[in-house]
Design a protein around this ligand. Sequence first.
Ligand SMILES: *Cc1c(COP(=O)(O)O)cnc(C)c1O
Length: 390
Amino acid sequence: MNDFRPDTRAVHLPQPMVEGSRPITMPIYQTSGFVFDDPALMADSMGRPDGAYVYGRYTNPTVRSLELAVAGLEGGAGAIATGSGMGAINTVLLGLLKPGDHLIAQTSLYGGTAAMINELVGRFGITVTYVPENDPAALRAAVRPETVLVYLETISNPMTLVADLPGMCGAARELGLVSVVDNTFATALLCRPIEHGADVVVHSTTKYLGGHTDVVGGIAVFADSSLYEKVWHFAISLGATAEPFASWLTLRGLQTLAVRMERHCSNAEFLATRLASHPAVAAVHWPGLESHPSYALAGKLLSGFGGVFSFDLAGGRAAGEKFMSSVRLALLAPSLGGVETLVLHPATTSHRSLSADELARNGIGEGTVRISVGIENPEDLWADVSQALS
Ligand SMILES: *Cc1c(COP(=O)(O)O)cnc(C)c1O
């Protein structure tokens, strides 16, 4: 570059390679594209997910580090990191469904997913049948010649129902259907759906994987490499793929996932148990409590009961609203899975688009509170929650 004039040299920066040592952590490759010496290699790499790095919308070393890490944890053959959890879900749904297709989804779904399925039904000529998350017989009965996909969530929001993954994914496989499982609430540390027969696992990495409430992202993991390749071709056309800085923040979070999950689960147990015997609380919905409908299944499927749960205040909507304005340490905010404890009132926020009937079908009452338990000291959390209850 020394042959060039200063204004040219300022554009083409030196890129010293690291020799004889390497970075401890994954660097942020903040570049939108990659330079080739060999035109044939460039052409070849544009057509497949495992070629040389070409363009930021396809992948990038920082993004690929996240894809490899999560694929490894979930036991998948490949993964596609996306700009949000909904980006991952839609990459998979739009990548696998076409007009005329039928999908079977569990009744209680994350609000954004339910809204997207309504779009697919309303505008894209796709039909849907809802079945309970733990009823393989209902799944079999719902199948039609045009059925292609089954959509489940390991742990549902906000009632924390646990899906019968072996039963449902096993039935899907027998019937030749692709099963997709949203594993956001459990993470690969509490449950690995691919081990129970799932074909695709999706995550909002915004939640536990990132874990620090500072990044939005998603990822789709594929059990099988041919399905991975098929959806990868669609994903790079759709353009919902992740960018390097967000992926780097998520990688940074992922490194402490195991210690955070342990604390989230033990704090949730502490609060759920105390809330269950509080006079202002009508019911607590945490799968680690014997009273929960998924308790037995959760014991078999999960290696921890998770850090999110909900509870019904005996005083209904007024009590729910009073609770929201009375917490001081717990924050009234959307999202979940971060180090801070967050609360919200599903009926007026995350599930506001559901009709009264749909709310009832999901078991969400006027006085239902959802809590995402953080990693604070549990006694401080209980002090805050109990003062808000009184
Ligand atoms: C948050 C969430 C999503 C959507 O993820 P975004 O990152 O907000 O797009 C999907 N599924 C579940 C279970 C979630 O909690």
